[in-house]
Every structure is written in C-alpha cells, then in structure tokens.
Write a protein that binds this ligand. Structure first.
Ligand code: E4P
Length: 230
C-alpha cells in the first residue's frame, strides 16, 4: 500500500468538521435536476462557464436565484478596487443574500475583498495558486478561497499539495473551496487533505455515485432476491 505523503492535520484540529459540495456550472437545467438530490449547497460560475451557457449573465443568475440556490459565486471583472466594489454592490442589490462575490487574487481584487468583507458581503477569492495568495485573501476576510487543482496539475504542479499546504497554514475562518476539479477521485482526496468545499462540474458530480463493485453487487443481490422469491 502506498503511504500517503500528505499529513491529514485537520484530524487533529479542533475546528468543527465542514464538508459541502457546490456545482461548478452555469447550466441552470443541469443544476435543477441535481438540486433534487438535496446534496448541493451552492453553485460557482465564471465568465467562461457563462459564455458556454450561451445566455445573458443576469438571466443565468436570476434563474439560479429562482431555483433557491442560497450561495452563488458570481465573478466580477474589473480594472481596480473601486470598479470591483461598485459592480459587487450592484450584484448584492440585484441578488441579495444569494450572492457570493468572486474576485481575482490581485492587489485590486484583494482590496475589494477587504472592503466587502468589512460590510459582511460573502467573498470568494479565485485563481489561487500558492499559500501566499491564500494568506493574503484570508487576511482580507475572504469567506472562501478557490485553489485551482486541475490547472495546477495541467502545469506540472501539485494541486493536492496546495490544498494541504493551505490547510496547514491558515488559522482564520476562511473556507477552502477546492476548484478546477476534473474527476470524482479528486473530490475525496481534496476533502481528505483539508478542503472544506469542493465545487465540481456536473459530470463529476454524476460520476461520484458510480462504482463497478456497486453495480456488480446490485446485479448479484437482484439475482438472489429473484431466486429466493420464487
Ligand atoms: C470555479 O470556481 C472555477 O472557476 C473553476 O473550477 C475552474 O475550472 P477549470 O480549471 O476546469 O476551468
């Protein structure tokens, strides 16, 4: 058996366990069908996902609000702190408590994060690729930070190690929202290493149910049930 390289330090921490799944998509119909499982706590979007949906951004957001999604990460694009802040407040006005403002991990993004956190607006600092960035976002009061596992791995960096390093570094209330997840196995690993939330594409969520031994076991049980009911 392979000895895990990472130390699951969260086991020894005295913080309450926290484990949530978000869907990483702007496809409202796909969210609607998965919502009926009762397992989804939020949705994350970004400009690429919105573009992929082929819809106007505000239509997507309003539909997600109508579905009753309580936590929707809406990404703000801007040049400076004031622009980020003004656009964020526009979203707060339109979507109320449903909105989490997603900001990039830049000087201006972090400054806007601090201003929003100070007035209790939920924030998600995105495009996190190092513990240093996580520290800055967390000190700015970010509700969530989003380390991008898949994009790290795409660039021959270790996305899972980043999750673990951040977990071992932060001492604030900021939650680690593991993003850029490409497969079901990564969800388990990310939670084991300290993620508080995993945001997953719809296809990954669907595949989380599957195991070949479950299918095999069901077939066997169905056969045996039929035989003993005769
Ligand atoms: C979510 O918040 C991110 O925008 C998303 O997970 C990025 O995923 P990708 O790297 O697969 O585009």
């Amino acid at each position: 058996m392979m000895i895990p390289f990472y130390h699951p330090s969260y086991i020894y921490s005295n913080t309450l366990p926290y484990m949530k799944l978000f869907l990483d998509t702007a496809d409202v119909d796909a969210v609607k069908t998965r919502l009926s499982t009762g397992l989804i706590s939020g949705v994350t979007t970004n400009p690429t996902l919105i573009r992929k949906s082929g819809r106007e951004v505000q239509d997507v957001y309003f539909d997600l609000v109508k579905l009753g999604i309580k936590d929707i990460s809406m990404e703000i694009v801007g040049e400076n702190e004031d622009e980020f802040f003004a656009r964020a407040m526009g979203h707060v006005k339109s979507y109320g408590d449903h909105v989490t403002i997603k900001l990039p991990c830049t000087v201006e993004g972090i400054k806007a994060c601090k201003r929003l956190s100070d007035i209790n607006v939920r924030t998600n600092v995105t495009l996190i690729f190092s513990p240093s960035q996580a520290i800055l976002a967390s000190l700015a009061g970010a509700t969530y930070i989003s380390p991008f596992i898949g994009r790290m791995d795409d660039n021959s960096l270790d996305g899972m190690k980043l999750i673990n390093d951040i977990k071992n570094t932060l001492t604030t209330n900021t939650k680690i929202l593991a993003a850029s997840i490409r497969d079901p196995q990564s969800v388990g690993t990310a939670f084991t290493l300290g993620a508080d939330i995993c945001t997953v594409p719809v296809g990954v969520f669907d595949r989380m149910y599957n195991h070949v031994l479950t299918d095999k076991g069901i077939e066997q049980f169905e056969r045996d049930h039929a035989a003993s009911s005769n």
